[in-house]
Structure formats: C-alpha cells, structure tokens
Design a protein around this ligand. Structure first.
Ligand SMILES: *Cc1c(COP(=O)(O)O)cnc(C)c1O
Length: 228
C-alpha cells in the first residue's frame, strides 16, 4: 500500500515531463486512476495521495465499491451494455466507451429520467483491431451528426485503447492519428458538441500518448502494481 503514494508521485513527474515535450501545461492533463480489481482500501489510499478521478471497466465493480470509496469523479471506461446503463447513470461523471447509437439512446433516456446531461467520449478503434470496440475513424462524422438529436448526452471528446506493444514507440502513429481526428472535429463547429478531452494512454504508453496530445490518461498497473 505504501507504494501507491510513491507511484502516483512518480507518474505525475512523468506526466509533467511529457507535457513539457508536447508544449502543454501538465495541469491540463487529467490522470485517471484505473481501479478495476482493486479494493476500496487501495482506492482510498490513491485518493488520499492525490487521485481525483477513477476509472472502472465493469458496472458491477462500480456498484460494489461505490459506497465505500471517498467521493471523487468516476469514469466508465469499459464496454457498456445498454441494459446496465441505468445502474450507473447517476454515479459516473463520464462514459468513455460510447460506440453505438443504441447505447447513446439508452444513456439519453436514463440521463433524462435523472434530469442530467451525461458527458460521453466516442471510442475509436484506431488500429482496426478485431478484438477492440469502437468506431472506425471514417464512421465518426455520421455518428456525431446523429448525436445532435439527443439532449441529455454531451460529446466531450474521443477515447481509444492503442494496441499493446512492448515498445510504445510503435504505437505513436495511432496516437498521432487520434490527435488529427480530434483536431478535425474540435476545430469545426458543424456539430453541437464540445471536443475537449482526448482520452488515451495507459501504463505502457502514456508518455507517448501525452507527447502526441492526450489530455486524459488512464493508468492502473503503474499506480497499484500488476493485476492478478
Ligand atoms: C485496464 C484499463 C486501463 C489501464 O491499464 P493499465 O495498463 O493497468 O494502466 C486503461 N484503459 C482501459 C479501457 C482499461 O480497461
């Protein structure tokens, strides 16, 4: 447990250094502690050590831990089934893994029932991997067009999970492509959205992701150690 604090400190230093390389201010970069498989005690230790945002990839884990964790911003970062949206709609600040209109419809409906507007990111399968969720980049335009019809969802940006590679330099190209896609829409005002966040980079590749323009990184292993 005592490593958690030290690990977070080291990660924040690395974030700072990478931000300098990308000529960005590191306080514009949000560190999301990924807490899947971790106990509320470990999570609370991370929060006491400065983590303000946490990410989970399963609905059940959010429900199991929610009441035991010090209040912070929760992010849903894993694939979300439509029939489970109702359980987390009033618990999470943002859903990173939106990749179908069916899911948008359900989020819109449930958010409406709670009289709130849910922040969402559109997940992109940037390397066209069969094993990954997300839209192809060329599908994004029409997807965003459809989103205009829903008043209880607000698009806040894009998210991706890069392919795993021992050498993260090999996935830099995908982060660069994501940034180009992000900028294309950020700078257009055709759509009713607010492209603010580019969520990419994990333990293995977050420094490269930041150098290429990420402003949200999702880090689990480097904070808490290897998962079982
Ligand atoms: C598990 C997970 C992470 C964090 O992975 P680490 O390699 O442990 O940092 C980030 N994003 C998503 C979507 C995840 O499922």
């Amino acid at each position: 447990m005592k490593d958690i604090k030290k690990n977070i400190h080291e990660i924040k230093e690395k974030i700072k250094n990478s931000a300098v390389k990308s000529k960005k201010s590191s306080d514009k970069i949000i560190l999301i502690g990924v807490t899947k498989t971790r106990s509320p005690a470990e999570i609370n230790e991370a929060i006491r050590s400065g983590i303000t945002d946490i990410g989970e990839n399963r609905v059940q884990e959010i429900l199991d831990k929610y009441d035991e964790v010090i209040p912070v911003r929760w992010h849903m970062i894993g694939h979300l089934q439509t029939n489970k949206v109702k359980y987390i709609i009033d618990k999470v600040k943002m859903i990173h893994s939106v990749d179908s209109i069916r899911l948008v419809k359900e989020i819109d409906k449930r958010a409406g029932q709670h009289n709130l507007v849910m922040d969402i990111l559109v997940q992109i399968n940037i390397a066209d991997e069969d094993s990954k969720f997300g839209l192809m980049p060329e599908e994004l335009n029409s997807f965003l067009n459809h989103l205009k019809d829903y008043n209880h969802v607000q698009v806040k940006g894009l998210m991706t999970v890069a392919p795993f590679d021992e050498n993260p330099e090999n996935v830099r190209i995908y982060f660069r492509q994501m940034k180009e896609l992000f900028d294309t829409y950020k700078n257009s005002n055709i759509f009713n959205h607010n492209m603010e966040y580019l969520s990419m980079g994990m333990t293995n590749d977050f420094e490269i992701a930041i150098e290429e323009g990420a402003n949200m990184v999702r880090i689990g292993t480097a904070i808490f150690g290897a998962r079982n």
